[in-house]
Design a binder for this molecule. Structure first.
Ligand SMILES: [Zn+2]
Length: 114
């Protein structure tokens, strides 16, 4: 089961990076109350629709809820505040198909090539 869990952890992490690159850390602006609202809305959607647990949209909602929970935990743990500059902590990520090497900040997902 741990291996299956890890599969969804990676999936959730990929979704977070993908969406956060578009929304540019806006979750910090929402604050924890904004996070509660988004989790509540996701749960309300799950309650209001009649889908099976294997429905992909249900799976996606659960992954979104997991990511919102982690965003809330990050806001609290790292004391993230709107407008705060990130103290980047870069880690190597796989380069693109052209072989470009990249570093990605583990906090804000900012990427730099080298
Ligand atoms: Zn950063």
């Amino acid at each position: 089961m741990a291996r299956r869990y890890a599969i969804f952890q990676r999936e959730a992490a990929g979704l977070f990076v993908e969406k956060n690159n578009v929304y540019n850390n806006v979750f910090v602006e929402y604050g924890v109350v904004g996070i509660y609202v988004r989790i509540r809305d996701k749960i309300a959607t799950l309650f209001s629709t009649h889908r099976t647990e294997s429905d992909e949209s249900v799976v996606e909602h659960f992954l979104d809820i997991a990511n919102y929970a982690l965003m809330g935990a990050m806001i609290g743990h790292f004391e993230l505040k709107p407008g705060q500059q990130c103290e980047h902590l870069y880690a190597a990520v796989n380069g693109d198909e052209l072989g470009e090497r990249k570093l990605r900040c583990i906090h804000c997902c900012n990427e730099i090539s080298y």
